[in-house]
Design a protein around this ligand. Structure first.
Ligand code: ADP
Ligand code: MG
Length: 340
């Protein structure tokens, strides 16, 4: 189990991480979702030892690892750009970590060949060992980077936006494979990404990093259906977040969050009296086949989206530029106190 306690890191005046409390359990695919610049890479660099925290503790199974040299931590790191050696073959890239390990270099050629072969097989690159890494596809390079990390049998594998450099089709396939590979190995993966879909599909658990902290860490379904605060909800596209004052309810310090499938749209003045509502102008629609999105702008400028499903359409005919009442059941709204 990897544990971060009150971990902070600043760069000059920029506070990248501000008291991170975070646990990655054993044998778990953990996704970490955060916007660009939220400190994802910094977090991985602190765990792997390429940088040290200004404050806080990092431990594996209760043993402090902060302060230790990176090569003494037994942590695998798959870099965002793969960072392969372009002049080496696939097999030479994978074997590199074994051959030149600072702690326990492997000198036995048969062992190197065997473990390299096993790692290549694990990532589906059997028979590619002799190829130059400049003569393989992006997806294959990704696998080489993974094999190079796995061959050293790390206690945990950190993956920095591992699918970012791949095209959409490949990304979906690689998602399945990463999960399958992890399950076979039984070690934890910590996969950081800016993509909500990726985080939710990949993770046994998903943590959200915002304002330098982990604002929620839960199973994907719990995170998606019950974001615990406005910061977490803001990372989930399905949630509309707005001032409670917009629908005449509560004080200004309260924010409401309502999922896009739980908002109904009515012509103005026709909302049943027991339902909270707010007025918003219809901007445009986006047709996605089985679903369609309708975009609105509230009086205070908040962008709102409502989803309609092909199988049970519930939106009236909408005219661009016209105002409507968006309404919802009181129970559907999550309330968040927000420091202003
Ligand atoms: P992410 O990986 O989520 O995009 P980073 O961890 O790279 O975010 O960066 C977090 C914040 O820390 C950003 O504001 C970034 O500009 C800053 N930062 C990261 N590394 C450095 C550095 N070496 N020097 C100065 N600022 C940095
Ligand atoms: Mg990054």
């Amino acid at each position: 189990m990897l544990t971060l306690s009150r971990v902070s890191r600043r760069y000059g005046g920029t506070v990248a991480l501000d008291g991170v409390d975070f646990v990655v359990p054993e044998n778990t695919y953990m996704s970490l979702l955060g916007a660009s610049g939220s400190g994802k890479t910094t977090l991985l660099r602190l765990i792997s030892g390429f940088e040290e925290p200004d404050a806080g503790e990092i431990a594996i199974d209760g043993e402090r690892i902060d302060g230790k040299a990176p090569h003494l931590r037994d942590i695998g790191f798959v870099f965002q750009n793969f960072a392969l050696f372009p002049h080496l073959t696939v097999a030479q890239n994978v074997a590199f970590g074994l051959r030149y390990s600072a702690v326990s270099p492997v000198r036995d050629e048969a062992e190197i060949a065997g473990r390299t072969q096993d790692a290549l097989q694990l990532v589906g690159l059997d028979g590619f060992g002799h190829r130059s890494v400049s003569a393989i596809s992006g997806g294959q390079r990704q696998r080489v980077a993974l094999a190079r990390t796995l061959v050293t049998e790390p206690r945990i594998v950190l993956l920095d936006e591992p699918l970012g450099a791949l095209d959409a089709n490949l990304r979906a396939r690689m998602c399945d494979e990463l999960k399958a590979i992890r399950e076979r190995l039984g070690v934890s993966f910590l996969h950081v990404t800016g993509s909500e879909t990726e985080a939710l599909t990949m993770g046994d658990k998903v943590a959200v990093l915002a304002n330098g902290r982990i604002v929620q860490s839960d199973t994907p379904d719990v995170l998606f259906s019950s974001p615990r605060n406005a910061e977490a909800a803001r990372h989930l596209n399905a949630w509309n977040i707005f001032d409670a004052g917009l629908c005449g309810a509560a004080s200004e310090a309260v924010r409401l969050a309502v999922r896009f499938d739980q908002i109904d749209v009515a012509p103005q003045g026709q909302v049943p009296s027991d339902r909270p509502h707010l007025s918003a102008k219809y901007l445009t629609g986006e047709f996605n086949g089985p679903t369609a999105l309708a975009f609105f702008r509230s009086k205070d400028g908040t962008l709102m989206q409502v989803v309609d499903h092909l199988s049970c359409p519930r939106l009236p005919a909408l005219v661009e530029g016209q105002s409507y009442d968006l309404h919802f059941a009181f129970d559907a709204a999550r309330q968040f106190q927000e420091a202003v």
